[in-house]
Design a protein around this ligand. Sequence first.
Ligand code: GLP
Length: 232
Amino acid sequence: DTNAACNLVAAIIANAIKEKPDLVLGLATGRTMEQLYARLAEMHRNDGLDFSRCRTFNLDEYIGLPVEHPGSYRYYMNHHLFNNINIDPANTFLPDGMAADIKAGCAAYEQKIAECGGIDLQLLGIGADGHIGFNEPLSSLCSRTRDKTLDESTIKVNSTLFDNPDEMPRSAITMGVGTILDARSVVLLATGKSKAEIIAKAVEGPVTSMVTASALQFHQKCRIVVDEDAAA
Ligand code: GLP
């Protein structure tokens, strides 16, 4: 069930941190991750899971939302995870959706990941259209961090998280599919019936830029964790 799936991913992350306390951890947002982040915060509180030396890089951020906007991914991460664990805020990185020069900001983000030695473990969710990060259909499978116009279907699904759906930006900065494939290991978490069809395509379908998650079939160390509904 959903609980078991989230606990399994939390255990994978916790073990990785215990093995390498200065883990470089790639993080994701979305409804699916809320329960996982609650579990990680609980493991910090009750079992002393120590994030003090971790560095984190989020997959993506909306363009044009200030960090204090409740719809921004920085706000989401502070609220659901960073404020509830002992991570140094200076070690938490998200793309800068307010940068005056978006292109330069994207290059700087890639540079920062490289400076930290690359991502050890990348956590992923999956969008209804098969996106990982915000790599919408027809994203190049070797793309790097860049700005991306969001798909109509993504705007429909994600805008329900905004008090006023019209406030949802139409573009975002996202790690590329190539950036994600460079991570030394990957864990994708998907739960619920609404993900069953796209999980089947990503895992068993042909590799195609129409479903960017299908590129994970090329990854040497990728785990897909699903509950029964998403596995259906
Ligand atoms: C957003 C994020 C993705 C995430 C997806 C799934 O679009 N950019 O990284 O995988 O949401 O969200 P949910 O868990 O709400 O289905």
